[in-house]
Design a protein around this ligand. Structure first.
Ligand code: KG4
Ligand code: ZN
Length: 344
């Protein structure tokens, strides 16, 4: 039996999870700092790292307690080394090193984006629920076309095997989640913008305002994205419309533009690369309109994590760490955080 403790502190969630044999969760604790950062309209880095310092120990202890696992039962410790906020990453990294050193456990460094990708390999059942018996990803599904859509990243990658990534393209400016957050602010909606826009859009007409789909048919950039022009278009639209802004219709039209580009490019990339399977992951994968559009249009078999595994968590870090552990990887004690770490 392999028991991995995962630790994640790259941004504004302090998270720890215990995973058995790579796929089944025994615990998954996420302490969100959203309430703390809302007053600033975004993540305040200094406040985030200080909050991680306060929360990380109780969160890890709770993860072990809920998993009914003792320190000595653990096989390895997996921790996010980047990308993310350096001061936040350091808190998780130093605690992971302390635990690994004190208990003689291997330390495994995990790239946060790889963590998001592996959220698709986890059994999609919460700790304590009956064992999962549905379909699972396997090595037979490689090559897998991956779309990572989060607050900091929008990337299309081809995954040829565990830990093997080829970058096809990504955003040239804002990430998809960042666009949601910025447009939300512009519409007077609270942080984080993704869920707020989704909610506002429920009552809106997505076809009322035709907004730009940047690079949709750009031969030079088939797998790249650009969302800053869309943000500017929304800003211009809001100014033209004047008071009161039809928030629901603008939110729905914006969301439809983002979703259309994401889904179209992902399908195109999967077809060009002859991928056998598609994985979508990252915070924006929680978006209902995106999930519905994928169901409607995706011609290939695809996976998307349950909503509670889309946003930042340590379960996905433990899962990616498990596959690195299986491959015989082990970090040195001088493993450092890397704020702009790349996957490929
Ligand atoms: O993966 P994540 O939790 O953190 C990063 O690694 O960045 O992603 C956070 C991002 C935020 O920009 C947030 O607005 C967005 O994911 N997000 C959503 C939804 N839930 C979270 N975007 C659209 N619709 C949602 N339901
Ligand atoms: Zn993330």
């Amino acid at each position: 039996m392999t028991l991995i403790l995962g630790i994640e502190t790259s941004c504004d969630e302090t998270a720890a999870a215990v995973l058995v044999d790579g796929r089944r969760l025994l615990s998954n604790i996420v302490a969100s700092q959203i309430d703390l950062h809302r007053q600033y309209g975004g993540v305040f880095p200094e406040v985030a790292s200080r909050q991680h310092v306060l929360t990380i120990r109780p969160v890890i202890e709770q993860a072990l307690r809920e998993a009914q696992v003792d320190w000595d039962d653990l096989t390895a410790v997996a921790v996010t080394y980047g990308p993310g906020l350096a001061g936040s990453l350091l808190v998780g990294m130093n605690l992971a090193k302390g635990i690994a050193l004190a208990r003689g456990l291997p330390l495994i460094g995990v790239n946060h984006l790889e963590g998001h990708i592996y959220s698709n390999w986890l059994d999609p059942v919460r700790p304590g629920e009956p064992p999962y018996e549905g379909p699972r990803l396997s090595e037979a599904d490689f090559p897998i076309l991956v779309l990572v859509v989060s607050g900091g990243h929008t990337e299309l990658l081809l995954m040829r095997g565990h830990g093997q990534y080829e970058r096809l393209g990504g955003t040239l400016d804002d990430a998809a989640g960042e666009a949601f957050d910025k447009v939300a602010r512009l519409l007077g909606l609270p942080y984080p913008g993704g869920p707020a826009i989704q909610k506002a859009a429920e009552r809106g007409d997505a076809e009322r305002f035709p907004l730009p789909r940047a690079l949709l048919n750009a031969p030079d950039h088939p797998f790249d994205f650009s969302f800053s022009g869309l943000k500017t278009a929304v800003l211009r639209l809001v100014r033209e419309l004047g008071d009161p802004v039809p928030v629901a219709d603008v939110a729905a039209s914006f969301q439809a533009a983002v979703v259309d580009v994401l889904v179209s490019k992902t399908i195109h990339a999967a077809e060009v690369t002859r991928a056998r399977h598609v994985c979508v992951c990252g915070g924006v994968a929680a978006n209902r309109a995106l999930r519905e559009e994928l169901t409607r249009r995706m011609p290939l078999p695809y996976s998307i994590p349950p909503i509670w595994l889309c946003t930042d968590n340590a379960a996905m870090i433990a899962c990616a760490g498990y596959y690195r552990f299986l491959a015989g990887e082990k970090a040195d004690w001088d493993l450092d955080v890397e704020a702009s770490a790349r996957l490929a």
